[in-house]
Design a protein around this ligand. Structure first.
Ligand code: C2E
Ligand code: CA
Ligand code: CA
Length: 584
Protein backbone atom coordinates (compact mmCIF):
# COMPACT_ATOMS: atom_id res chain seq x y z
CA UNK A 1 0.00 0.00 0.00
CA UNK A 2 0.97 3.65 -0.16
CA UNK A 3 3.11 4.70 2.68
CA UNK A 4 0.90 6.13 5.34
CA UNK A 5 3.36 8.99 5.56
CA UNK A 6 2.89 10.34 2.07
CA UNK A 7 -0.08 12.18 0.63
CA UNK A 8 -2.96 9.99 -0.47
CA UNK A 9 -3.78 12.17 -3.44
CA UNK A 10 -3.95 10.44 -6.75
CA UNK A 11 -0.81 9.00 -8.35
CA UNK A 12 -1.65 9.11 -12.08
CA UNK A 13 -1.22 5.41 -12.81
CA UNK A 14 -3.57 4.21 -10.07
CA UNK A 15 -6.71 6.17 -10.77
CA UNK A 16 -9.13 3.27 -10.48
CA UNK A 17 -8.55 3.38 -6.71
CA UNK A 18 -8.99 7.12 -6.49
CA UNK A 19 -12.03 9.34 -6.54
CA UNK A 20 -12.33 11.33 -9.79
CA UNK A 21 -13.76 14.36 -8.05
CA UNK A 22 -11.60 14.79 -4.96
CA UNK A 23 -8.49 12.82 -5.85
CA UNK A 24 -8.43 10.92 -2.52
CA UNK A 25 -9.23 7.20 -2.28
CA UNK A 26 -12.59 6.03 -3.58
CA UNK A 27 -14.66 3.26 -1.97
CA UNK A 28 -12.59 0.49 -3.50
CA UNK A 29 -9.30 2.23 -2.73
CA UNK A 30 -10.10 2.97 0.88
CA UNK A 31 -11.36 -0.56 1.58
CA UNK A 32 -8.14 -2.18 0.42
CA UNK A 33 -5.98 0.51 2.04
CA UNK A 34 -7.66 -0.05 5.43
CA UNK A 35 -7.18 -3.80 5.08
CA UNK A 36 -3.51 -3.27 4.35
CA UNK A 37 -3.06 -0.77 7.18
CA UNK A 38 -4.46 -3.27 9.69
CA UNK A 39 -2.14 -5.99 8.37
CA UNK A 40 0.91 -3.75 8.45
CA UNK A 41 0.32 -2.55 12.00
CA UNK A 42 -1.05 -5.55 13.93
CA UNK A 43 -0.27 -4.06 17.36
CA UNK A 44 -1.65 -0.63 16.74
CA UNK A 45 -5.22 0.17 17.90
CA UNK A 46 -7.26 1.89 15.14
CA UNK A 47 -10.59 3.68 14.87
CA UNK A 48 -12.83 4.15 11.86
CA UNK A 49 -14.59 7.50 11.47
CA UNK A 50 -17.57 7.69 9.13
CA UNK A 51 -18.43 11.28 8.17
CA UNK A 52 -21.47 12.78 6.55
CA UNK A 53 -22.52 16.37 5.78
CA UNK A 54 -25.83 17.33 7.35
CA UNK A 55 -28.50 18.44 4.86
CA UNK A 56 -26.05 18.23 1.98
CA UNK A 57 -28.96 17.82 -0.41
CA UNK A 58 -30.35 21.20 0.61
CA UNK A 59 -26.92 22.77 0.13
CA UNK A 60 -26.89 21.35 -3.38
CA UNK A 61 -30.37 22.74 -4.06
CA UNK A 62 -29.39 26.10 -2.67
CA UNK A 63 -26.04 26.65 -4.34
CA UNK A 64 -26.18 24.17 -7.23
CA UNK A 65 -24.30 20.95 -7.93
CA UNK A 66 -21.17 22.77 -8.99
CA UNK A 67 -20.91 24.40 -5.60
CA UNK A 68 -21.69 21.03 -3.99
CA UNK A 69 -18.74 19.52 -5.85
CA UNK A 70 -16.48 22.34 -4.75
CA UNK A 71 -17.49 21.77 -1.13
CA UNK A 72 -16.60 18.09 -1.40
CA UNK A 73 -13.23 18.88 -2.99
CA UNK A 74 -12.54 21.45 -0.30
CA UNK A 75 -13.41 18.98 2.44
CA UNK A 76 -11.20 16.25 0.95
CA UNK A 77 -8.36 18.78 0.83
CA UNK A 78 -8.90 19.60 4.50
CA UNK A 79 -8.77 15.94 5.47
CA UNK A 80 -5.73 15.37 3.30
CA UNK A 81 -3.90 18.32 4.88
CA UNK A 82 -4.64 17.11 8.38
CA UNK A 83 -3.83 13.44 7.84
CA UNK A 84 -1.42 12.98 4.96
CA UNK A 85 1.62 12.84 7.24
CA UNK A 86 -0.10 10.63 9.84
CA UNK A 87 -0.49 6.89 10.12
CA UNK A 88 -3.94 7.04 8.58
CA UNK A 89 -6.08 6.07 5.60
CA UNK A 90 -8.98 8.12 4.27
CA UNK A 91 -11.27 8.37 1.27
CA UNK A 92 -14.68 9.26 -0.11
CA UNK A 93 -17.16 6.37 -0.26
CA UNK A 94 -19.85 8.12 -2.30
CA UNK A 95 -21.79 11.41 -2.29
CA UNK A 96 -20.96 13.25 0.93
CA UNK A 97 -19.79 10.18 2.87
CA UNK A 98 -16.13 10.17 3.85
CA UNK A 99 -14.24 7.70 5.95
CA UNK A 100 -10.96 7.91 7.89
CA UNK A 101 -9.04 5.15 9.66
CA UNK A 102 -6.77 6.62 12.34
CA UNK A 103 -4.88 5.38 15.39
CA UNK A 104 -6.99 5.45 18.53
CA UNK A 105 -4.51 7.86 20.12
CA UNK A 106 -5.45 10.40 17.44
CA UNK A 107 -8.94 10.67 18.92
CA UNK A 108 -7.62 11.45 22.39
CA UNK A 109 -7.51 15.21 22.05
CA UNK A 110 -10.00 17.45 20.33
CA UNK A 111 -7.78 18.15 17.34
CA UNK A 112 -9.40 15.33 15.38
CA UNK A 113 -12.74 17.17 15.19
CA UNK A 114 -11.09 19.60 12.77
CA UNK A 115 -11.54 16.82 10.20
CA UNK A 116 -15.24 17.64 10.15
CA UNK A 117 -14.90 21.36 9.56
CA UNK A 118 -16.31 22.37 6.21
CA UNK A 119 -17.05 25.77 4.85
CA UNK A 120 -18.06 27.28 1.55
CA UNK A 121 -17.20 30.78 0.44
CA UNK A 122 -19.12 32.67 -2.22
CA UNK A 123 -18.55 36.26 -3.35
CA UNK A 124 -21.00 37.41 -0.71
CA UNK A 125 -20.37 35.31 2.32
CA UNK A 126 -18.75 32.34 3.99
CA UNK A 127 -21.07 29.49 4.95
CA UNK A 128 -20.23 26.89 7.57
CA UNK A 129 -21.60 23.46 6.87
CA UNK A 130 -22.22 20.96 9.61
CA UNK A 131 -20.97 17.43 9.54
CA UNK A 132 -21.45 14.55 11.91
CA UNK A 133 -19.68 11.25 12.31
CA UNK A 134 -19.80 7.80 13.83
CA UNK A 135 -16.73 6.19 15.42
CA UNK A 136 -15.95 2.51 15.57
CA UNK A 137 -13.02 1.20 17.58
CA UNK A 138 -11.69 -1.73 15.53
CA UNK A 139 -11.81 -4.46 18.14
CA UNK A 140 -12.43 -7.41 15.82
CA UNK A 141 -9.94 -7.44 12.95
CA UNK A 142 -11.45 -10.56 11.43
CA UNK A 143 -14.51 -8.57 10.31
CA UNK A 144 -14.70 -7.59 6.66
CA UNK A 145 -13.83 -3.88 6.27
CA UNK A 146 -17.33 -3.29 4.86
CA UNK A 147 -18.84 -4.37 8.20
CA UNK A 148 -16.47 -2.12 10.14
CA UNK A 149 -17.58 0.80 7.99
CA UNK A 150 -21.21 -0.13 8.50
CA UNK A 151 -20.69 -0.09 12.25
CA UNK A 152 -19.24 3.39 12.13
CA UNK A 153 -22.11 4.40 9.85
CA UNK A 154 -24.68 2.92 12.24
CA UNK A 155 -23.25 5.15 14.97
CA UNK A 156 -23.44 8.19 12.69
CA UNK A 157 -27.08 7.44 11.79
CA UNK A 158 -28.09 7.73 15.44
CA UNK A 159 -27.14 11.42 15.58
CA UNK A 160 -27.77 12.51 12.01
CA UNK A 161 -30.77 14.62 13.03
CA UNK A 162 -29.34 15.80 16.31
CA UNK A 163 -27.50 19.04 15.72
CA UNK A 164 -26.19 19.13 19.27
CA UNK A 165 -24.05 16.04 18.68
CA UNK A 166 -20.98 15.99 16.47
CA UNK A 167 -20.15 12.32 16.92
CA UNK A 168 -21.30 9.04 18.45
CA UNK A 169 -19.36 5.91 19.37
CA UNK A 170 -20.60 2.60 18.04
CA UNK A 171 -22.15 0.04 20.36
CA UNK A 172 -23.69 -3.34 19.58
CA UNK A 173 -27.27 -2.10 20.00
CA UNK A 174 -26.74 0.11 16.96
CA UNK A 175 -25.60 -2.85 14.92
CA UNK A 176 -28.69 -4.80 15.85
CA UNK A 177 -30.82 -1.81 14.92
CA UNK A 178 -29.11 -1.68 11.54
CA UNK A 179 -29.74 -5.39 10.96
CA UNK A 180 -33.35 -4.90 11.97
CA UNK A 181 -33.63 -2.05 9.48
CA UNK A 182 -32.23 -4.21 6.72
CA UNK A 183 -34.71 -6.93 7.62
CA UNK A 184 -37.64 -4.51 7.51
CA UNK A 185 -36.50 -3.16 4.17
CA UNK A 186 -36.35 -6.60 2.67
CA UNK A 187 -39.80 -7.48 4.01
CA UNK A 188 -41.57 -4.31 2.91
CA UNK A 189 -42.77 -5.25 -0.58
CA UNK A 190 -44.20 -8.53 0.60
CA UNK A 191 -45.86 -6.83 3.59
CA UNK A 192 -47.63 -4.40 1.25
CA UNK A 193 -48.70 -7.20 -1.06
CA UNK A 194 -50.05 -9.21 1.87
CA UNK A 195 -51.77 -6.17 3.40
CA UNK A 196 -49.87 -6.52 6.66
CA UNK A 197 -50.12 -2.76 7.16
CA UNK A 198 -53.33 -1.87 8.95
CA UNK A 199 -54.87 1.54 9.31
CA UNK A 200 -55.95 2.43 12.85
CA UNK A 201 -58.27 5.34 13.52
CA UNK A 202 -58.09 7.72 16.45
CA UNK A 203 -61.25 9.81 16.86
CA UNK A 204 -60.98 13.58 17.27
CA UNK A 205 -63.66 15.16 19.45
CA UNK A 206 -65.37 18.49 19.72
CA UNK A 207 -63.84 20.12 22.81
CA UNK A 208 -67.11 21.58 24.12
CA UNK A 209 -68.92 18.24 24.52
CA UNK A 210 -66.58 15.45 23.44
CA UNK A 211 -68.64 14.41 20.40
CA UNK A 212 -66.67 12.65 17.65
CA UNK A 213 -66.29 15.00 14.70
CA UNK A 214 -63.32 13.58 12.86
CA UNK A 215 -60.51 11.01 13.10
CA UNK A 216 -56.86 10.54 12.27
CA UNK A 217 -55.57 7.56 10.32
CA UNK A 218 -52.47 6.01 11.90
CA UNK A 219 -50.68 3.08 10.34
CA UNK A 220 -49.48 -0.07 12.12
CA UNK A 221 -47.54 -3.04 10.81
CA UNK A 222 -49.17 -6.25 11.91
CA UNK A 223 -46.16 -8.47 11.40
CA UNK A 224 -46.80 -12.23 11.14
CA UNK A 225 -43.96 -13.01 13.58
CA UNK A 226 -43.28 -9.84 15.55
CA UNK A 227 -46.87 -8.77 16.02
CA UNK A 228 -47.94 -5.13 16.12
CA UNK A 229 -45.10 -2.77 15.16
CA UNK A 230 -45.72 0.95 15.89
CA UNK A 231 -45.12 3.49 13.10
CA UNK A 232 -42.19 5.17 14.84
CA UNK A 233 -40.20 1.96 14.31
CA UNK A 234 -40.55 1.89 10.55
CA UNK A 235 -41.63 5.30 9.21
CA UNK A 236 -38.23 7.02 9.68
CA UNK A 237 -36.63 4.06 7.91
CA UNK A 238 -39.07 4.13 4.99
CA UNK A 239 -38.59 7.88 4.74
CA UNK A 240 -34.91 7.24 4.19
CA UNK A 241 -35.29 4.69 1.40
CA UNK A 242 -38.37 6.13 -0.30
CA UNK A 243 -40.80 3.29 0.57
CA UNK A 244 -42.83 5.83 2.56
CA UNK A 245 -44.34 7.08 -0.65
CA UNK A 246 -45.76 3.61 -1.39
CA UNK A 247 -46.89 3.13 2.20
CA UNK A 248 -48.58 6.53 2.47
CA UNK A 249 -50.50 6.01 -0.75
CA UNK A 250 -51.56 2.61 0.50
CA UNK A 251 -52.90 4.25 3.68
CA UNK A 252 -54.67 7.03 1.77
CA UNK A 253 -56.34 4.46 -0.47
CA UNK A 254 -57.48 2.40 2.50
CA UNK A 255 -58.96 5.50 4.16
CA UNK A 256 -60.79 6.56 1.00
CA UNK A 257 -62.09 3.03 0.54
CA UNK A 258 -63.47 3.12 4.11
CA UNK A 259 -65.18 6.44 3.40
CA UNK A 260 -66.57 5.23 0.10
CA UNK A 261 -67.96 2.06 1.70
CA UNK A 262 -69.82 4.14 4.32
CA UNK A 263 -71.31 6.49 1.74
CA UNK A 264 -72.23 3.71 -0.66
CA UNK A 265 -74.23 2.08 2.13
CA UNK A 266 -75.96 5.40 2.78
CA UNK A 267 -74.27 5.68 6.20
CA UNK A 268 -72.80 8.67 7.96
CA UNK A 269 -69.11 9.32 8.30
CA UNK A 270 -66.70 12.01 9.48
CA UNK A 271 -63.69 13.57 7.74
CA UNK A 272 -60.50 11.58 8.30
CA UNK A 273 -57.08 13.13 8.33
CA UNK A 274 -54.09 11.39 6.86
CA UNK A 275 -50.39 12.01 7.50
CA UNK A 276 -48.19 13.18 4.67
CA UNK A 277 -44.53 12.46 5.23
CA UNK A 278 -42.12 15.37 4.99
CA UNK A 279 -40.26 13.68 2.14
CA UNK A 280 -43.41 13.83 -0.01
CA UNK A 281 -42.83 17.52 -0.53
CA UNK A 282 -40.03 16.62 -2.91
CA UNK A 283 -42.58 14.74 -5.02
CA UNK A 284 -44.17 17.00 -7.65
CA UNK A 285 -47.15 14.62 -8.04
CA UNK A 286 -48.26 14.79 -4.42
CA UNK A 287 -51.36 16.97 -4.91
CA UNK A 288 -52.51 15.24 -8.06
CA UNK A 289 -52.03 11.83 -6.49
CA UNK A 290 -54.25 12.87 -3.59
CA UNK A 291 -56.86 14.28 -5.91
CA UNK A 292 -56.84 11.15 -8.07
CA UNK A 293 -57.20 8.85 -5.08
CA UNK A 294 -60.21 10.82 -3.84
CA UNK A 295 -61.75 10.93 -7.31
CA UNK A 296 -61.25 7.24 -7.92
CA UNK A 297 -63.24 6.53 -4.74
CA UNK A 298 -65.88 9.09 -5.71
CA UNK A 299 -65.65 10.90 -2.38
CA UNK A 300 -65.51 14.60 -1.68
CA UNK A 301 -62.05 16.00 -0.77
CA UNK A 302 -63.72 17.33 2.38
CA UNK A 303 -63.69 13.80 3.72
CA UNK A 304 -59.91 13.54 3.52
CA UNK A 305 -57.93 16.11 5.48
CA UNK A 306 -54.23 16.49 5.00
CA UNK A 307 -51.81 16.65 7.93
CA UNK A 308 -48.41 18.09 7.23
CA UNK A 309 -45.72 18.49 9.86
CA UNK A 310 -44.03 21.69 10.69
CA UNK A 311 -40.67 20.00 10.10
CA UNK A 312 -41.69 19.62 6.44
CA UNK A 313 -42.14 23.38 6.32
CA UNK A 314 -38.77 23.96 7.96
CA UNK A 315 -37.10 21.69 5.37
CA UNK A 316 -38.72 23.12 2.31
CA UNK A 317 -40.87 26.22 2.90
CA UNK A 318 -41.43 27.30 -0.70
CA UNK A 319 -42.49 23.86 -1.84
CA UNK A 320 -44.78 23.42 1.16
CA UNK A 321 -46.43 26.79 0.52
CA UNK A 322 -47.10 25.91 -3.13
CA UNK A 323 -48.45 22.52 -2.13
CA UNK A 324 -50.82 23.93 0.47
CA UNK A 325 -52.23 26.40 -2.06
CA UNK A 326 -52.75 23.67 -4.60
CA UNK A 327 -54.38 21.34 -2.07
CA UNK A 328 -56.79 24.15 -1.20
CA UNK A 329 -57.66 24.69 -4.83
CA UNK A 330 -58.50 20.97 -5.02
CA UNK A 331 -60.86 21.33 -2.04
CA UNK A 332 -58.69 19.77 0.70
CA UNK A 333 -58.22 21.22 4.18
CA UNK A 334 -54.69 21.29 5.49
CA UNK A 335 -53.69 20.72 9.10
CA UNK A 336 -50.36 21.72 10.58
CA UNK A 337 -49.31 18.78 12.75
CA UNK A 338 -47.05 18.82 15.82
CA UNK A 339 -47.17 22.58 15.99
CA UNK A 340 -44.67 23.93 18.49
CA UNK A 341 -42.55 20.78 18.51
CA UNK A 342 -39.36 22.48 17.47
CA UNK A 343 -38.55 24.17 14.26
CA UNK A 344 -41.57 26.35 13.88
CA UNK A 345 -41.98 29.97 14.54
CA UNK A 346 -45.24 31.76 14.94
CA UNK A 347 -44.13 33.71 11.93
CA UNK A 348 -44.74 30.68 9.79
CA UNK A 349 -48.46 30.96 10.49
CA UNK A 350 -48.55 34.32 8.85
CA UNK A 351 -47.08 32.94 5.62
CA UNK A 352 -48.68 29.54 5.37
CA UNK A 353 -52.43 29.44 4.69
CA UNK A 354 -53.33 26.37 6.76
CA UNK A 355 -56.82 25.65 8.12
CA UNK A 356 -56.17 23.85 11.37
CA UNK A 357 -53.38 23.90 13.91
CA UNK A 358 -52.67 20.66 15.74
CA UNK A 359 -50.82 21.54 18.89
CA UNK A 360 -48.06 19.17 19.83
CA UNK A 361 -48.83 16.88 22.73
CA UNK A 362 -45.63 17.81 24.55
CA UNK A 363 -47.32 21.02 25.71
CA UNK A 364 -49.48 18.90 27.96
CA UNK A 365 -46.54 16.94 29.45
CA UNK A 366 -46.47 17.53 33.18
CA UNK A 367 -49.71 19.45 32.94
CA UNK A 368 -50.37 21.18 36.22
CA UNK A 369 -46.65 21.20 37.04
CA UNK A 370 -45.09 22.96 34.11
CA UNK A 371 -46.67 26.39 34.27
CA UNK A 372 -44.49 27.82 31.50
CA UNK A 373 -45.64 25.28 28.92
CA UNK A 374 -49.25 26.06 29.79
CA UNK A 375 -48.71 29.78 29.31
CA UNK A 376 -47.13 29.18 25.92
CA UNK A 377 -50.00 26.85 24.99
CA UNK A 378 -52.53 29.45 25.97
CA UNK A 379 -50.90 32.19 23.93
CA UNK A 380 -50.65 29.92 20.89
CA UNK A 381 -54.37 29.21 21.16
CA UNK A 382 -55.16 32.90 21.52
CA UNK A 383 -53.03 33.79 18.53
CA UNK A 384 -54.56 31.03 16.42
CA UNK A 385 -58.01 32.39 17.33
CA UNK A 386 -56.98 35.78 16.05
CA UNK A 387 -55.91 34.17 12.82
CA UNK A 388 -59.22 32.33 12.60
CA UNK A 389 -57.49 28.97 12.68
CA UNK A 390 -59.15 25.92 14.15
CA UNK A 391 -57.22 24.26 16.91
CA UNK A 392 -56.85 20.59 17.81
CA UNK A 393 -54.95 19.72 20.98
CA UNK A 394 -53.27 16.35 20.85
CA UNK A 395 -52.37 14.00 23.67
CA UNK A 396 -55.25 14.83 26.02
CA UNK A 397 -55.01 12.20 28.76
CA UNK A 398 -56.98 13.56 31.73
CA UNK A 399 -60.23 15.26 32.62
CA UNK A 400 -58.36 18.27 33.99
CA UNK A 401 -56.48 18.73 30.72
CA UNK A 402 -59.79 18.62 28.85
CA UNK A 403 -61.39 21.09 31.27
CA UNK A 404 -58.51 23.44 30.84
CA UNK A 405 -58.57 23.22 27.02
CA UNK A 406 -62.30 23.92 26.99
CA UNK A 407 -61.76 26.94 29.19
CA UNK A 408 -59.30 28.46 26.72
CA UNK A 409 -61.66 27.74 23.83
CA UNK A 410 -59.64 25.10 22.08
CA UNK A 411 -61.91 23.70 19.31
CA UNK A 412 -61.09 20.00 19.24
CA UNK A 413 -59.28 17.42 21.31
CA UNK A 414 -57.56 14.13 20.55
CA UNK A 415 -56.04 11.79 23.07
CA UNK A 416 -56.20 8.64 25.15
CA UNK A 417 -58.69 10.26 27.54
CA UNK A 418 -61.28 10.06 24.77
CA UNK A 419 -60.15 7.23 22.49
CA UNK A 420 -56.97 5.36 21.67
CA UNK A 421 -56.23 4.57 18.02
CA UNK A 422 -58.46 1.61 17.12
CA UNK A 423 -58.72 -0.94 14.32
CA UNK A 424 -61.06 -0.16 11.45
CA UNK A 425 -63.86 -2.49 12.63
CA UNK A 426 -64.06 -0.80 16.03
CA UNK A 427 -64.01 2.62 14.40
CA UNK A 428 -66.92 1.67 12.13
CA UNK A 429 -68.89 0.46 15.15
CA UNK A 430 -68.16 3.74 16.87
CA UNK A 431 -69.34 5.71 13.82
CA UNK A 432 -72.63 3.80 13.86
CA UNK A 433 -73.13 4.66 17.52
CA UNK A 434 -72.15 8.30 17.08
CA UNK A 435 -74.50 8.66 14.13
CA UNK A 436 -77.46 7.82 16.37
CA UNK A 437 -76.81 10.93 18.47
CA UNK A 438 -75.26 13.52 16.23
CA UNK A 439 -76.19 12.99 12.61
CA UNK A 440 -75.95 16.70 11.94
CA UNK A 441 -72.21 16.63 12.56
CA UNK A 442 -71.62 13.95 10.02
CA UNK A 443 -71.36 13.64 6.29
CA UNK A 444 -73.43 11.32 4.17
CA UNK A 445 -73.82 10.66 0.49
CA UNK A 446 -76.11 12.94 -1.47
CA UNK A 447 -79.58 11.39 -1.71
CA UNK A 448 -80.73 14.38 -3.78
CA UNK A 449 -78.24 13.44 -6.43
CA UNK A 450 -80.25 10.84 -8.17
CA UNK A 451 -78.31 8.29 -10.24
CA UNK A 452 -79.88 9.30 -13.52
CA UNK A 453 -78.45 12.77 -13.25
CA UNK A 454 -74.98 11.42 -12.61
CA UNK A 455 -75.24 9.03 -15.54
CA UNK A 456 -76.34 11.83 -17.79
CA UNK A 457 -73.25 13.75 -16.95
CA UNK A 458 -70.67 11.03 -16.72
CA UNK A 459 -71.57 8.49 -19.40
CA UNK A 460 -72.07 9.89 -22.82
CA UNK A 461 -73.70 6.83 -24.40
CA UNK A 462 -76.80 6.35 -22.24
CA UNK A 463 -80.30 7.19 -23.52
CA UNK A 464 -80.64 9.93 -20.92
CA UNK A 465 -77.35 11.42 -21.86
CA UNK A 466 -78.17 11.55 -25.57
CA UNK A 467 -81.46 13.21 -24.68
CA UNK A 468 -79.67 15.75 -22.51
CA UNK A 469 -77.09 16.66 -25.09
CA UNK A 470 -79.56 17.06 -27.91
CA UNK A 471 -82.06 19.08 -25.86
CA UNK A 472 -82.72 22.46 -27.38
CA UNK A 473 -82.42 24.31 -24.13
CA UNK A 474 -78.93 25.27 -23.08
CA UNK A 475 -78.08 23.27 -19.96
CA UNK A 476 -75.11 22.30 -17.89
CA UNK A 477 -73.66 21.14 -14.63
CA UNK A 478 -71.74 23.52 -12.41
CA UNK A 479 -69.44 22.65 -9.55
CA UNK A 480 -68.65 25.03 -6.72
CA UNK A 481 -65.54 24.08 -4.79
CA UNK A 482 -64.47 26.51 -2.07
CA UNK A 483 -64.36 29.88 -3.79
CA UNK A 484 -64.10 28.42 -7.27
CA UNK A 485 -66.89 27.79 -9.72
CA UNK A 486 -66.35 25.52 -12.71
CA UNK A 487 -68.42 24.19 -15.58
CA UNK A 488 -68.33 20.40 -15.58
CA UNK A 489 -70.61 19.52 -18.49
CA UNK A 490 -72.72 21.42 -20.95
CA UNK A 491 -74.99 20.34 -23.79
CA UNK A 492 -75.32 21.39 -27.41
CA UNK A 493 -78.01 23.93 -26.55
CA UNK A 494 -75.51 25.66 -24.25
CA UNK A 495 -73.12 26.27 -27.13
CA UNK A 496 -75.95 27.57 -29.27
CA UNK A 497 -77.00 29.99 -26.53
CA UNK A 498 -73.52 31.20 -25.70
CA UNK A 499 -71.71 31.05 -29.05
CA UNK A 500 -74.62 30.98 -31.49
CA UNK A 501 -73.07 27.82 -32.91
CA UNK A 502 -73.14 24.10 -32.27
CA UNK A 503 -69.65 23.37 -30.97
CA UNK A 504 -68.38 19.93 -30.12
CA UNK A 505 -70.77 18.43 -27.66
CA UNK A 506 -70.15 16.41 -24.53
CA UNK A 507 -67.09 18.36 -23.60
CA UNK A 508 -65.72 18.86 -20.12
CA UNK A 509 -64.72 22.46 -19.83
CA UNK A 510 -63.14 22.77 -16.40
CA UNK A 511 -62.55 26.48 -16.84
CA UNK A 512 -62.84 28.36 -13.55
CA UNK A 513 -64.92 31.52 -13.68
CA UNK A 514 -63.27 34.83 -12.89
CA UNK A 515 -64.59 37.88 -11.11
CA UNK A 516 -67.07 39.55 -11.36
CA UNK A 517 -68.89 36.47 -12.75
CA UNK A 518 -67.39 34.23 -10.10
CA UNK A 519 -68.69 36.34 -7.20
CA UNK A 520 -72.15 36.59 -8.72
CA UNK A 521 -72.28 32.82 -9.30
CA UNK A 522 -71.02 32.05 -5.79
CA UNK A 523 -73.72 34.23 -4.31
CA UNK A 524 -76.44 32.63 -6.42
CA UNK A 525 -75.12 29.17 -5.59
CA UNK A 526 -75.24 29.94 -1.89
CA UNK A 527 -78.83 31.16 -2.07
CA UNK A 528 -79.86 28.19 -4.23
CA UNK A 529 -78.31 25.84 -1.67
CA UNK A 530 -79.72 27.54 1.39
CA UNK A 531 -83.24 28.02 0.06
CA UNK A 532 -83.37 24.92 -2.14
CA UNK A 533 -85.18 27.08 -4.69
CA UNK A 534 -84.41 27.71 -8.33
CA UNK A 535 -82.48 30.97 -8.71
CA UNK A 536 -83.13 33.17 -11.73
CA UNK A 537 -80.59 35.84 -12.69
CA UNK A 538 -78.86 37.55 -15.57
CA UNK A 539 -75.22 37.06 -16.30
CA UNK A 540 -72.89 39.11 -18.47
CA UNK A 541 -70.77 36.13 -19.49
CA UNK A 542 -67.23 36.48 -20.79
CA UNK A 543 -66.61 33.99 -23.58
CA UNK A 544 -63.27 32.26 -24.19
CA UNK A 545 -62.41 34.76 -26.94
CA UNK A 546 -62.88 37.73 -24.56
CA UNK A 547 -66.23 38.93 -26.00
CA UNK A 548 -69.36 39.13 -23.82
CA UNK A 549 -72.86 37.76 -24.06
CA UNK A 550 -75.97 38.38 -21.91
CA UNK A 551 -77.55 35.21 -20.54
CA UNK A 552 -80.62 34.52 -18.44
CA UNK A 553 -79.73 31.72 -16.04
CA UNK A 554 -81.82 29.36 -13.93
CA UNK A 555 -79.83 27.52 -11.29
CA UNK A 556 -80.82 24.65 -9.02
CA UNK A 557 -78.85 23.02 -6.19
CA UNK A 558 -78.36 19.27 -6.61
CA UNK A 559 -76.36 18.30 -3.56
CA UNK A 560 -73.07 18.50 -1.72
CA UNK A 561 -71.84 20.58 1.15
CA UNK A 562 -70.93 24.24 1.66
CA UNK A 563 -67.39 23.45 0.57
CA UNK A 564 -68.24 21.49 -2.55
CA UNK A 565 -71.56 21.29 -4.29
CA UNK A 566 -73.17 20.52 -7.63
CA UNK A 567 -75.75 22.65 -9.44
CA UNK A 568 -77.73 22.17 -12.61
CA UNK A 569 -78.52 25.22 -14.72
CA UNK A 570 -80.17 26.31 -17.92
CA UNK A 571 -79.25 29.35 -20.02
CA UNK A 572 -81.07 31.52 -22.57
CA UNK A 573 -79.39 34.04 -24.79
CA UNK A 574 -80.99 37.45 -24.06
CA UNK A 575 -78.56 39.52 -26.07
CA UNK A 576 -81.27 40.86 -28.39
CA UNK A 577 -83.61 41.86 -25.50
CA UNK A 578 -80.72 43.62 -23.78
CA UNK A 579 -79.72 45.45 -26.96
CA UNK A 580 -83.32 46.42 -27.60
CA UNK A 581 -83.54 47.70 -24.02
CA UNK A 582 -80.42 49.78 -24.49
CA UNK A 583 -81.59 51.15 -27.84
CA UNK A 584 -84.75 52.56 -26.24
P1 C2E B 1 -48.67 11.94 14.98
O1 C2E B 1 -49.14 12.25 13.60
O2 C2E B 1 -48.31 13.10 15.84
O3 C2E B 1 -49.79 11.04 15.63
C1 C2E B 1 -50.17 11.12 16.97
C2 C2E B 1 -49.47 10.06 17.76
O4 C2E B 1 -49.78 10.27 19.15
C3 C2E B 1 -49.98 8.65 17.50
O5 C2E B 1 -48.89 7.78 17.67
C4 C2E B 1 -51.02 8.45 18.55
O6 C2E B 1 -51.25 7.08 18.85
C5 C2E B 1 -50.35 9.13 19.72
N1 C2E B 1 -51.32 9.58 20.72
C6 C2E B 1 -52.60 9.95 20.54
N2 C2E B 1 -53.17 10.33 21.70
C7 C2E B 1 -52.22 10.21 22.66
C8 C2E B 1 -52.20 10.46 24.07
O7 C2E B 1 -53.17 10.87 24.68
N3 C2E B 1 -51.02 10.24 24.71
C9 C2E B 1 -49.91 9.79 24.05
N4 C2E B 1 -48.81 9.60 24.75
N5 C2E B 1 -49.89 9.53 22.74
C10 C2E B 1 -51.05 9.74 22.04
P2 C2E B 1 -48.56 6.64 16.64
O8 C2E B 1 -49.81 6.06 16.08
O9 C2E B 1 -47.58 5.74 17.27
O10 C2E B 1 -47.88 7.44 15.45
C11 C2E B 1 -46.65 8.06 15.61
C12 C2E B 1 -46.29 8.91 14.45
O11 C2E B 1 -46.06 8.13 13.27
C13 C2E B 1 -47.41 9.87 14.06
O12 C2E B 1 -47.37 10.98 14.90
C14 C2E B 1 -47.03 10.20 12.63
O13 C2E B 1 -46.02 11.18 12.59
C15 C2E B 1 -46.44 8.90 12.16
N6 C2E B 1 -47.46 8.17 11.37
C16 C2E B 1 -48.45 7.35 11.78
N7 C2E B 1 -49.14 6.88 10.73
C17 C2E B 1 -48.58 7.40 9.62
C18 C2E B 1 -48.84 7.28 8.20
O14 C2E B 1 -49.75 6.59 7.73
N8 C2E B 1 -48.00 7.97 7.36
C19 C2E B 1 -46.99 8.77 7.83
N9 C2E B 1 -46.23 9.42 6.94
N10 C2E B 1 -46.74 8.91 9.13
C20 C2E B 1 -47.52 8.23 10.03
CA1 CA C 1 -50.58 13.42 12.60
CA1 CA D 1 -49.10 15.11 15.94
Amino acid sequence: MDSANSTQKRPPEQNERFDDLTGIYNRYGVFSAVEQLLKDYPDQQFCLIYWNIRKFRITNDLFGWNAGDKILVRWAKNIDELLHDKLAVYGRLELDNFVCCVPESFIENNEWTKLGEISYTTDEAKYNLYSCCGLYKITDRTLPVADMMNKARAAMETIKDNYMCLYAWYDDKMWNALLEEQRMNSEFKNAIAEKQFKVYYQPICRASDGLVISAEALVRWVHPVKGLIPPDSFIPLFEKNGFISILDRYVWNEVCATQQARLDQGLETVPISINVSRVEFYNPNLCDDLRNIVKSHRISPELLKIEITESAYADNPIQVLETVKKLHSYGFSVLMDDFGSGYSSLNMLKDLPIDVLKIDMRFLDNFGKNQKAVIVLESIIRLAKWMKLNIVSEGVETQSEWDYLRSVECDSVQGYYFYKPMPQESFIELLDKVAEHSVDLMFRSLPELDDTILEVFHQSNTKESILFYSMLNGMGLLEQCGDNVELLRVNRGYYEAVYNSAKSENQILNVPFEDPERSLLLEQCRTARETNQVQRFQLHHKREDGTYVWLAVKLRYLGGSPQRALYIFSVDNIESQKNAGQAQ
